[in-house]
Design a protein around this ligand. Structure first.
Ligand SMILES: *Cc1c(COP(=O)(O)O)cnc(C)c1O
Ligand code: SF4
Length: 347
């Protein structure tokens, strides 16, 4: 067994284990865990400083998860957009290939919380082959996103099999991996994994940091190993109430990511997934945060703020509105709020 597998096996998975460290209502949490699994890796658990802090909120079950019944379990209509199990084909040129049913730790706000870590998401080798077959027969697909669950929880051997399968499909331009492992289980980014990934360029990996306290020396080293293996790193952050819905926190996060060679890609507005209501913010709050960042932070550090529309309608960017028209005149707002008249080209 490798070190990362041993550490993963030592993750905390029951409310009783939590209660050994913090005052929690074991019975109330047990009801949540019956429906939505709990797993916190030893590395991530060490980041908690106190009950209710931004790390705690992301990984410790909350009874409110069971109250949020108005929202659909599958807000992005992924199941109906899946021509074969565990492959979501929403955009003509891209396929989201869910190759793993499990994660290093279970994020309480996960959009796929209906199935990650549950029997419903067991991915078989047959599913993987069916997905590869589907992609091979769909020449319009250029970009395959390996997701899950977390693809990096697969063994190197299985991952190699999938990457080999994809590399034999001539119409693919690139492969992406979505993984929270650099944050939660950085020891998984081994030299042998990096040696494997190095063989499949162009390979993009979007990781998932939500708070500056997640940028630990271990996570930074994991990212450095990936970059040194030629993997292009981006980051997807979810805007979460009580965790990172604050311009100062996100400024520190995005700046910290650039320093570890990770380029902020998306800031996701919370999906309308059942069980995640207590994390939702208003769209206006996200827009205000972006406005606060613009002008005071490197443009390289500013991700696109996107909403993934219900019903599988796709992602759309949400931007502060800087341009105002008054008759024939165009006015543009500066990041500081001053209005500047901008000569418009006639025609
Ligand atoms: C987000 C997503 C993609 C990738 O979208 P990009 O905007 O290219 O990053 C592809 N397929 C599905 C189903 C998605 O949800
Ligand atoms: S790592 Fe990703 S897929 Fe897994 S629980 Fe967290 S958000 Fe969901």
């Amino acid at each position: 067994m490798e070190v990362w597998q041993k550490n993963l096996a030592e993750s905390l998975t029951t409310p009783e284990q939590l209660a050994a460290h913090f005052p929690v209502d074991v019975a109330a949490l047990a009801r949540v865990v019956e429906r939505y699994p709990l797993r916190i890796t030893p590395h991530y658990f060490r980041l908690i400083r106190e009950v209710g802090d931004p790390i705690w909120r992301q990984c410790v079950p909350d009874p409110r998860e069971l109250d949020d019944l108005d929202q659909p379990e599958d807000p992005l209509a992924e199941e109906s957009l899946s021509p074969v199990p565990n492959l979501v084909h929403r955009y003509p040129d891209r396929a989201l290939f869910l190759v793993s049913g499990i994660c290093a730790g279970y994020c309480r706000f996960c959009t796929r919380k209906r199935k990650v870590g549950c029997a419903a998401m067991r991915v078989t080798m047959g599913d993987v082959r069916a997905g590869l077959d589907y992609i091979a027969r769909a020449p319009q697909i250029r970009d395959v996103i390996l997701s899950g669950g977390d693809p990096l929880l697969m063994s190197d051997l299985l991952l190699k099999e999938i990457l080999d399968g994809l590399s034999r499909i001539p119409h693919l331009d690139l492969v992406r991996i979505g993984s929270r492992v650099p944050v939660m289980l950085p020891e998984r980014i081994t030299e042998s994994l990096c040696a494997l990934l190095r063989r499949y360029p162009p390979l993009y990996l979007n990781t998932h940091f939500n708070h500056p306290r997640e940028i630990t020396p271990e996570a930074a080293e994991a990212c450095a190993r990936l970059v040194d293996a030629g993997v292009q790193l981006g980051n997807q952050t979810v805007l979460l109430k009580g965790v990172n819905d604050d311009a100062e926190v996100l400024r520190e996060l995005f700046r910290g990511l650039l320093k570890i060679r990770v380029r902020p890609y998306y800031l996701h507005h919370m999906d309308l997934a059942r069980g995640t209501g207590h994390f939702r913010t208003a769209i206006a709050e996200g827009v205000a945060i972006l406005e606060a960042l613009r002008g005071s932070l490197s443009g390289l550090a500013i991700p696109q703020y996107v909403i993934d529309l219900p019903g599988g309608k796709g992602k759309v960017p949400v931007c502060p509105d800087y341009v105002q028209r008054a008759g024939d005149e165009v006015w543009v707002r500066t990041p500081e709020g001053e209005r500047i008249r901008f000569p418009e080209v006639n025609g």
